[in-house]
Design a protein around this ligand. Sequence first.
Ligand code: ATP
Length: 429
Amino acid sequence: MEKLVSLCKRRGFIFQSSEIYGGLEATYDYGPLGVELKNNVKQIWWRDVVTSRADVVGMDAAIFMNPKVWEASGHVEEFHDPLVDCKNCRARFRADHVDTDKPCPRCGIKDWTRPRQFNLMLKTHYGPSEDSSSVIYLRPETAQGIFVNFANAQSTARMKLPFGIAQIGKAFRNEITTGNFLFRSREFEQMEMEYFVRPGESSKWLEYWVEARFDWYKSLGIAENNLRLRQHEKNELAHYAADCYDVEYEFPFGWSELEGIADRGTYDLDQHVSHSGKKMTWFDSKTNEHITPAVVEASAGVDRTVLTVLADAYHEEEVKGEKRVVLRLSPRVAPITAAVFPLVNRGGMPDIAQKIVNDLRGNFAAFFDSGGSIGRRYRRQDEAGTPFGITVDSQTLEDQTVTVRQRDSMQQERVGMDQLTDCLSEKLR
Ligand code: ATP
């Protein structure tokens, strides 16, 4: 993990937030390559879950919501983690993440407080007054923005059961313990989809979405043997959930959750009906019934997916006696698809390389690099996860062909300059 963190900084994927002031614990900024990778993950999710389907619509709700939402959802009462303090060194831990029969892992003394509940919602004041009436929460999940808009989205998009509403957005949790890089932070992004179905059909749809979501991670190029599904034990389930599966990845720190897919029954809509007094049903004109749909939720983390894609892609190998670090990113998510290099900075090669970049940019993320030896430029792009390197050399001046180097095999082939778009499209298919 340390090697990955260092590569992320070196190549401009991820920086510590406010680094020049010593950073802020467990908060990260995405750099020039990181933001492209993250955007690719979000775009692929949006396309696969929303725009390629007739039965799912998207939305984008505000982060601030009426505080009554969080009373109705149960977050004010229930969204707690158990907290223990070490009385000696004052370190704080999540009680379920530390063994209180043993000494404090920080100072080695065993003197614990009793566990107590700690609400994970971050608060702020809304508007110019700072009294208790202006307290409002930063949303701890995006899902509630969907539930409260159920009737608005359903009626305006004229959706019929079964149908889904999806959104991507920031969420905030005052986690007691953070760590493992992007895995657990206090500000993160979620990709959530609520799929509304006839009650009685939820287990069928849960099965459908569990499979679809598991396959989605494979489609990002993540090795299947590093992924697994884990069904929740009965005692792990939230009281309203009938069934739940986690998609997990085997990180260097062990198997951990990427996404939860849960059958939430009618709990969320029922809660909002009883707290708001508004109707939240779907009218079935065939049977003349008002139905409160059950919900199957697929709740994924953008940052955890980015971390997974990076961790899975990281490889070290030896090439001609030298260590090569390579990110074997799928071309679908790689921030740069093709890097274009003049072999040397003379003979008109830089101009030709620049023209190739300009031509490719309409269709691909292309990048020009003329700095340093060609070997160093290849190594930099290997670390950036760029699947293709295109080099303009002296032969290009004679026959208008360039070399195309594959990142993983390092094999090179000669391709006509006018064939490059077709060649890359073919390889990306
Ligand atoms: P955990 O048990 O790891 O705290 P959770 O079960 O509380 O997670 P959910 O409430 O199911 O998580 O959130 C859905 C998804 O949001 C998670 O699968 C994860 O991808 C992401 N997520 C939740 N908390 C965090 C966090 N603190 N940092 C980054 N991503 C998070």
